[in-house]
Design a binder for this molecule. Sequence first.
Ligand code: GLN
Length: 490
Amino acid sequence: MNGNEIIELSATQAARKIAAGELSSGELFDAYRARAAADELNCFTWVAPERRAGVNGDASAPLGGVPLAVKDLFCTEGVPSQSGSRILEGYEPPYTATAVRKLRAAGASLLGKTNQDEFAMGSSNENSAYGPVLNPWDRTRVPGGSSGGSAAAVAAGLAPWALGTDTGGSIRQPAALCGIVGLKPTYGSVSRYGMIAFASSLDQAGPLTRDVTDAALLLRHMVGRDPCDATSLELPHEIELPSGVRLDGVRLGVPAELTGGSVGADAGAEVAGEGIEAGVLDAFRLALDQAAELGAEIVESVSLPHAPHALSAYYVLAPAEASSNLARFDGVRYGLRAEGAEDLLEMYERTRHDGFGAEVKRRIMLGTYVLSAGYYDAYYGRAQRVRTKIAEDFARAFEQVDFIVTPTAPTVAFGLGEKTSDPLQMYLNDYCTVPMSLAGIPAISIPCGLSAGLPVGMQLAGPAFSENRLLDASYALERALAFDGSAARV
Ligand code: GLN
């Protein structure tokens, strides 16, 4: 096969060709390595220098040696793992994250580490200390974040598939903005051991892939209880490759709170923006028509009354956890240490001053404030109660429908620099994805069309452990929608 033919294969197709002896895993790895090394989008912070025995996945294992791009915040032994931060520049961990270790054992080869927002804080990948990532559909635009490098690499055909993490939308939103599939599984289904933490009660790893089948295949080999992560769990059933072609009897709930023009209104009139962009809503509505043609029942009466408060609760809870998690970066244990300090305290201060970027500092301050003794109940305690209400909303909705469907992000990919001076506008990107994160439930974004030539994502969310049903429904829709992402693979 020539290089172009190889790149057009999905990861699952490539693994099958390798198993059938029609393609060698070395050939596949070299084709992608060459593309990743020539990356013009700044997707990668490190690319594997060569094929290495013992490091490259075993071609006879289920993933056939297919190369994998891994978000920088997954610790990979002896390979830089910097979480997009200056404070971890050059840090090479002594161990590998469980998710990566499991995938390697299943036959995945480490192709490279991907650029991301610093400590996964962001929605545009502009918060990386290693520079922004460009969207392959339009290089003047952002790929979304925080898993922007992973999403852009897969969309551009620089990697067959990639690992990302999602705390409030960081797999789903960049997948949407880059025209690929992104799945955030049920909280706990993938071990967080070795993932450089942002907000531990929300962080969850998942696949960024070209199609739904690839997402299922990658997820299948990542999940499982891990004694190194007490919050990890065993899924009640193995992840199956999807095969659904119809949606007969499937009830899709369309909550007005996450699909209307008033999206974002609660965040205060001055930052309300335009709600969901008209072109995004159009593509979303057309996809719903397709779903109805496949037999789905569209239920508009479903309601998530507390969802409009999710973003506010998230921006209390996530910074609170981050302020605690990031206390470990003190110049003593890892990475950067500021020179010339007179005493220990000054060394801490200077290291953190030099090592953290503006968004990270903003979150540490916010998080420390909401956890301070005098304000704990007023902010943190209250946000926790909102979180419970949101989970209850979903539980009630799932008595009425099988899945909740929304646009993944309120807009298509926006211009580089367009939202960097206004954090609240930036935060609104996650308006439709954060509720599912707070509830810990699985949600997938699949490309559902274009608006002004840029991809639009549709989100489907289901109850905890509904991954197989979610993948099946997404697969049926994906076939009917027949989204063509090849324009981004140049
Ligand atoms: N954009 C959100 C944030 O900045 C979500 C990030 C994420 O999911 N890691 O916190």
